[in-house]
Design a protein around this ligand. Structure first.
Ligand code: OMP
Length: 275
């Protein structure tokens, strides 16, 4: 089954376009006196794995995917990498129907990318990965050739300074639009490409949607970064009123009630779409 097929299935089952970001920053995992249910017991100080299990148990029926940003795991060395792997194993075993997005923002020369493909898809068991477009299609081929996996290319990122390069005009066209065009028209031979566009840039999102047709877009920036949900959906939905994966990480996982926050976001999206 391809990433897109897996995604379509779970969107239907959970009636959700919400991707919960398991950005389990170790410095924030102390529970502050609150007990977290983990299996049959409760814990007050959580490891990344037990925190992730807690979030997954609270939200698995409300999401279309989980996104794990590798930075939060790599930052603490082998323990973190083990927690990343163990979280993926937990999802694969317990909720195999939920796609795992590994947010690694990789992209190197082709030969080196083979190593990333091995780690992200084969070792971790990820269903999709985020990559940089800067080295061009030829370099990204090892990812693109893994036909059943999603390759999510950074197009217009959510950060304040993303215009420095991404909005530079090349023969009159902003670079992010050229990325969108090349990915949609040239890179997508295996129909496994997607793009990242930040919710903080609804105008650019609208332009990207015009260029790429119904392609799925990963949209971070809702929640902690303050993106406007309604403007985002208005600009980003495709002709089938789908085609977006709405990510929120800190806004859900570090809230007082992650289940409520995930449900609120899911329901707000569905209300705007008219489900
Ligand atoms: P919150 O701001 O906590 O919801 O987290 C957003 C997540 O999306 C983080 O893992 C970011 O690294 C990631 N992200 C962005 O915030 N902006 C982007 O333009 C791209 C990404 C991403 O590729 O997911």
């Amino acid at each position: 089954m391809t990433f897109q097929e897996k995604l379509d299935k779970i969107i239907k089952k959970n009636k959700s376009l919400v991707c919960v970001g398991l950005d389990s920053d170790i410095s924030k995992l102390s529970s502050g006196g609150r007990d977290f249910p983990v299996g049959n017991t409760t814990e007050q100080y959580l490891s990344q794995l037990s925190f992730n299990k807690y979030i997954i148990e609270e939200t698995h029926d409300l999401v279309c995917s989980y996104k794990l940003n590798t930075a939060f795991y790599e930052s603490i060395g082998h323990e973190g990498v083990n927690a990343l792997k163990d979280t993926c194993d937990y999802l694969v075993k317990k909720y195999p129907e939920i796609p795992i997005i590994i947010d690694a923002k990789r992209g190197d020369i082709g030969n080196t990318n083979n190593g990333y493909v091995q780690f992200i898809f084969n070792y971790l068991g990820g269903d999709a990965v985020t990559v940089h477009p800067y080295l061009g299609e030829e370099a990204i081929r090892p990812f693109l050739d893994t036909k059943d996996k999603g390759v999510i290319v950074l197009c217009k990122t959510s950060n304040k300074g993303s215009d420095e390069f991404q909005n530079l005009k090349v023969d009159g066209t902003p670079l992010y639009q050229i990325v969108a065009k090349n990915v949609a028209k040239k890179w997508n031979k295996n129909k496994n490409c997607m793009l990242v566009v930040g919710a903080t840039y609804p105008e650019e999102l609208k332009e990207v949607r015009k260029i790429v047709g119904d392609m799925t877009l990963l949209i971070p920036g809702i929640g902690a970064q303050g993106g406007d949900l309604e403007a985002t959906l208005k600009a980003g939905l495709n002709s089938k009123k789908q085609g977006v994966i709405i990510n929120s990480s800190r806004g859900i996982i570090f809230s007082a009630n992650p289940r409520n926050e995930a449900m609120k976001l899911r329901n707000s999206i569905n209300k705007i779409i008219g489900e």
